[in-house]
Structures are given as structure tokens and as C-alpha cells.
Design a protein around this ligand. Structure first.
Ligand SMILES: [Zn+2]
Length: 476
């Protein structure tokens, strides 16, 4: 391992030089070369890295980095080269990167890698713990590889570290040291501590051991898409929290699995948004965790439309929006659907006339609007175009509105709703239970429309999401 001074890219030169030293210098002088003080952490250049990237990443200037490593031409840099990172004292090791998974934060990573929080901050040149979002390429010294996972335990309210240590049969000072606490007094209730020398299954380090896994799907969350948050627990618990400011509603799916379905708003700013998980274990011990998650931009287009001004006048639209948008915020704890949603209209050659999510400007306004649903065409070959319930549910709204026309909203439970607009006729009543495939209305052109079509909305956790996903995938 490269621990001592050897100018990267100069290794061969250095080796030749030391051979020369051996040959040319009396033997006691050779010792000097091995006695050189460590000079700092070493970063192994990865495929695609530029010197500028590396300087940025470690918060050093390009000049300092080049000078320290005697690089005259940054283009000479190639993968596998070893660079000394100047200005970081106390770490004399090769640095490696690890992707931060969901369920970890500064505190848990510090405990996982047995590296003080301040060292993680310094090595990663972060200014705030929130920068350690899921997927972040965390830099850690290679010698601080993740150890065998230790038992994780949340501190109960009113419990002292001493009591916890006695209960767990560990030394309180070892407990404090292993958790990077300044003293045995500095742990707080809900804090997730690792218990030294008690091995455990690996799991989200920021959450107590009773939560064996946390999952939010693969890759970043996306504007206008559903996110499925899953907690697996070894015992019953109560979980809540929020995602990007929306309250999370967890439901027990059996087998220790807790699921929350939450839409990511189509117009949310792409970037980092917080996931907060909090709740209570069976023994009454609280837990609380937060981490930033990355939200990526959806692939949506922009459309500029001209409409009669009164149809976008807030005096007309606002009261209706308030009624409509408030309904899907009410959460029914029973899940009434199973598998993929059935198409709400019979298959037709004309398909969709408009997709979800594209940004809209009305009469030259900013692109503050988006298409909140999926439009199914009107099939003129049919005598009537029936609308079918895509899944079992309960009708919670069935009435005529100015913009939405004849509109129906069905509650499918767990915070999932489907909405139907511009209907010629509504064939269900509020409170009615509907079954998959049941005729609930007729496609029409009531409300703010250019022609007959069905506008289908799907809501999850009070936010509209892309209906096409529900017609193609079984959720959760
Ligand atoms: Zn539409």
C-alpha cells in the first residue's frame, strides 16, 4: 500500500532513485528514505476523473494539487494514477469511494466506518451533513473499510447510556467511544447506537436494528412518478415521516413489511429533498432518521396554449381546485386494489391524445401548469364510450365542475385515488363501492375541453402521478 511519500506518476522514477541511493549513498543514509513522514491521503484516479474534478472534490486548488504531485500537464492524468491530496492532515491512507445508500447519514456513516464525523466532513469537503444524499460518492480511507455490522439500538427516552450499556452487557465507555460520543452523557433519546462486539444482520445504519431494511426503489426519485418506500421490521412498529414535504403514510403489508406510496410532484425542483422517517418501536422507544434523496427531472415537454381567459381566471378555477385537490389527502387504511390497473376505456386505435406531466403555459403565462393526467381519445367508431373502474374502490366525488366537467373521484385506499373528467354522464354515486371493470361513466366533452376525451388522474399521497405507470406495473 502506498503509505509514504512517493510522488504519484513518479513512482518508477522514485524507485529508480532509491535504487540509486542504495548504490551511491552509505547505508545509514538509505534509512532516511524510509523514514520520510507521511504526507497526506492518496487518491487513486478513477476512469473519467479530471484533475479539476479531483481538486473540486477535495476542496483544493488546481495549482496546489498539480504542484504537490509535480504534474505539469493535467491531460497526462490517467486512471490508476495515485495523487497526494494536499492540506488534509492526519489521514495517510489510500482513499476509496463508496456510494451512500438510503438509510445512512453522517452519524451512521461515522459509526459504520469508525471515522469521526469531522473527518468525513473534511475528507468529503462537505459543508453540511445533508450533502450525504443517497448515491453520494463518499470518500473514506481504504483502511476504514466497513466492519462486520454491529447491533443497532435506539436510546429510549429517559434512558442513560449507562443503563443501555448495563442492559447490553457492554462497557459504557466502549459504547461511547464506538459511537463517537464525546462522553457517556451525550447520547440522546432516539439516537441509534451501535453495540460493540454484538454482530447483527446488515441494515440501514441510521435506523434501529428492529428495522432490517429500508428501500425507496432503484435510482433517484423522479418528478411526477410514484415512490414506494418500504421498511422491513423484525417486530411491529409505528412509522411515519415525510418525503419532499409530503407526510408519509405507512401501512403494514404483512410479513413485517411497511409500505408508503408517495407521489413526487411533477413541478418539484429537481435536486435534493428530505426523507424523514420517525416512529416508535414496540417497546415504546422512538426513532427518527433523515437523509436527503435525489429527485431527478422528468422527461416532460413544454406546450403553449391559448384558452378563453375566464377559464384560467383564479376566481373561477381556485374554488374548484380547492375542492378537488383536498379530497385525495384523506387516507383510507385499507388497500382495495390488486395488481396492475385495468384500462378505463376499451382498447382503441386512437390511443392517448395527451400524456402526463408536460408543462403548460396558458395565454403566454410562465410554465407554471402541467398536465395532471393521461388523456384517452374518443373512439368515434363506438356508439358509446364507456368508462370502466380500473380497480376496486369507493366513489368519493361525483359531480359537475366548471373546468373538470362531469368528474368522478374513486378512493382505492392507502392514499391512492383515480379521477375521471369531462364525462358525458356519471353513472355512480358518492359512497358507492365499485369493482374493477364496472361501468362508472361515459366519455364526453364537458368542462374546459377542445373535444371529447377522458382525462384520467392517479393520485398517491395527495400528489398526482403518471397514470401510465399504474396501467403497466403492479404497485406496490
Ligand atoms: Zn387531460
Amino acid at each position: 500500500m502506498m503509505k509514504y511519500v512517493m510522488k504519484p506518476g513518479r513512482i518508477r522514477v522514485a524507485s529508480i532513485l532509491s535504487m540509486l541511493l542504495i548504490i551511491l549513498i552509505p547505508s545509514q543514509r538509505v534509512v532516511f528514505a524510509q523514514d520520510l513522514q507521511p504526507v497526506g491521503p492518496i487518491y487513486i484516479v478513477q476512469e473519467g476523473d479530471t484533475l479539476w474534478d479531483i481538486a473540486q472534490r477535495f476542496g483544493v486548488t488546481l495549482e496546489d494539487l498539480a504542484r504537490e504531485n509535480s504534474i505539469s500537464d493535467p491531460a497526462e492524468l490517467s486512471a490508476g494514477d495515485e495523487l497526494i491530496i494536499p492540506g488534509i492532515e492526519g489521514v495517510n491512507d489510500v482513499l476509496v469511494t463508496r456510494k451512500v445508500p438510503i438509510g445512512e447519514n453522517l452519524r451512521s456513516l461515522s459509526r459504520r466506518f469508525k471515522l469521526p464525523e469531522k473527518s468525513i466532513i473534511r475528507l468529503n469537503h462537505i459543508t453540511s451533513p445533508v450533502e450525504l444524499f443517497n448515491g453520494y460518492n463518499l470518500v473514506v480511507p481504504a483502511s476504514k473499510q466497513e466492519g462486520i455490522p454491529n447491533e443497532r439500538l435506539a436510546m429510549a427516552s429517559g434512558q442513560s447510556l449507562f443503563e443501555l450499556a448495563i442492559n447490553q452487557d457492554v462497557n459504557p465507555w466502549a459504547l461511547a467511544t464506538n459511537n463517537d460520543l464525546v462522553g457517556t452523557w451525550s447520547a440522546v433519546p432516539g439516537d441509534v447506537l451501535i453495540i460493540p462486539d454484538q454482530e447483527s444482520e446488515d441494515g440501514p445504519g441510521g435506523l434501529p436494528g428492529e428495522i432490517s431494511s429500508l428501500d425507496a426503489g432503484v435510482g433517484p426519485l423522479t418528478q411526477g412518478k410514484l415512490s414506494v418506500i418500504r421498511l422491513e421490521a423484525t417486530e411491529e412498529l409505528v412509522a411515519g415521516g415525510s418525503l419532499a414535504g409530503n407526510p408519509l403514510n405507512f401501512f403494514h403489508n404483512g410479513d413485517g413489511e411497511y409500505i408508503a406510496l408517495q407521489g413526487i410532484h411533477a413541478l418539484i425542483e429537481p435536486g435534493l429533498h428530505s426523507l424523514v422517517l420517525e416512529g416508535e418501536l414496540k417497546n415504546g422507544v422512538p426513532f427518527s432518521f433523515s437523509q436527503m434523496l435525489l429527485v431527478s427531472a422528468g422527461d416532460y415537454t413544454y406546450k403553449s396554449l391559448q384558452v378563453p381567459p375566464e377559464t384560467i381566471d383564479p376566481a373561477n378555477t381556485k374554488p374548484e381546485d380547492e375542492i378537488w385537490n383536498a379530497l385525495p389527502k384523506s387516507i383510507t387504511p385499507v388497500k382495495m386494489w390488486e395488481g396492475v390497473f385495468q384500462s378505463p376505456v376499451a382498447p382503441s386505435p386512437c390511443g392517448f391524445t395527451d400524456t402526463f406531466g408536460h408543462r403548460r403555459s396558458y395565454n403566454g403565462s410562465p410554465y407554471n401548469y402541467f398536465h395532471t393526467g393521461l388523456d384517452f381519445c374518443y373512439n368515434y367508431n363506438n356508439e358509446v364510450n364507456e368508462i370502466y373502474a380500473p380497480a376496486d374502490g369507493v366513489v368519493v366525488f361525483a359531480d359537475s365542475l366548471v373546468v373538470r366537467g362531469n368528474a368522478t373521484l374513486i378512493d382505492h385506499g392507502w392514499g391512492v385515488y383515480t379521477g375521471y373528467m369531462h364525462q358525458e354522464e356519471i353513472l355512480v354515486e358518492v359512497g358507492e363501492q365499485v369493482e374493477t371493470g364496472q361501468v362508472i361513466g361515459i366519455v364526453g366533452q364537458t368542462g374546459r375541453v377542445n373535444g371529447p376525451h377522458l382525462h384520467l388522474e392517479v393520485w398517491a399521497g395527495g400528489v398526482q402521478v403518471d397514470p401510465i405507470d399504474w396501467l403497466e406495473n403492479p404497485f406496490p
